[in-house]
Write a protein that binds this ligand. Sequence first.
Ligand SMILES: NC(=O)c1ccc[n+]([C@@H]2O[C@H](COP(=O)([O-])OP(=O)(O)OC[C@H]3O[C@@H](n4cnc5c(N)ncnc54)[C@H](O)[C@@H]3O)[C@@H](O)[C@H]2O)c1
Length: 325
Amino acid sequence: MEATSVFISGSSGYIGSHFTKFFAKKGLRVFGLDRVASPPAVQSYLQDFLHTDLKNETLVKTFVKKHGIHHVIHCAALCLVGESVEKPDLYEENNVKSSDIFLRALLSCGLQSFIFSSTAATYGEPKFSPITEDHPQNPINPYGQTKLDFEKILIQSSQENGFSWGIMRYFNAAGADPEGELGENHDPETHLIPNACKAVLEMGPTLKIFGNDYQTRDGTCERDYIHVMDLADAHYRLLTSIQKGKQGGAYNLGLGVGYTVNEVVQEIERQTDKVVPKVYADRRPGDPSKLVASNAKAKNELGWTLNYSDLPTLVKTTLSWFKFI
Ligand SMILES: NC(=O)c1ccc[n+]([C@@H]2O[C@H](COP(=O)([O-])OP(=O)(O)OC[C@H]3O[C@@H](n4cnc5c(N)ncnc54)[C@H](O)[C@@H]3O)[C@@H](O)[C@H]2O)c1
């Protein structure tokens, strides 16, 4: 029997590139799409790559039909919260409208399953912690709103068209390929772990820590960091169970434990034996003090186990990646 083919949108990005390698190593035939060229390290794991925008309906249909693809993981999106506040229309256009065009194109090619990269930002200000999948969804920024809007489109479309769906709500994705081939390299980078690693390795500016008067253990924000390899594994498990007949569902993907900003910084200092250059700045509007996932549903239903999301491994893999590039 021929291996399953899976189409990963956003395959040139941080998460999509790790998924590409992970799925290829599991023996699946992986096809990518991105409007950014595929980095050579990713290209080697792809059967074929469609270098275009999600909304290019004609090219998407031709590519998917040519390769007989029926399973899709949709990672492509704009995902900077601050930018989404400045350019809400761009985010609506890209993350909702273009994703909808992409989904419709796939529907005309025999789509069987569609797994969507969503986010904890769809929950907004937490009402309780840890956050379960039935927590109210009230996003507080346009980025989170666009992700929630597409979640709704996806569920509605699945009801009308009968394909299986998965909505994966990531908390703070972090870490890098343990083999050092791939890593996180956003420009601009807004995530704590890469920015703190770059600061200590003198590859980036002084780390800004936003707020040290929150109601947490040490006054800095507490977040749930999930390793990108563990994210990939959850998607693989959901796809496998969908192929065995599961209809799909929404899952929080987080460690279920939070680390404060200072705890992350201390771990980087411990591993490098250097002080992270840092300054404390004002709180950022809309930053809750604590965001921690309940991951019980993913563990129970998908048999998900976390192998890389402890803080030392998150930091170690990120440091190795920056030392490599
Ligand atoms: N990184 C995180 O901590 C995090 C947390 C929660 C959710 N997510 C979600 O995970 C997904 C991937 O995030 P990432 O960190 O890898 O982002 P990324 O920016 O590294 O990758 C996204 C990729 O999508 C591509 N893309 C965007 N719009 C496109 C379009 N219209 N057509 C074609 N390609 C397009 C970009 O070129 C980029 O390569 C996103 O959907 C994001 O919302 C990420």
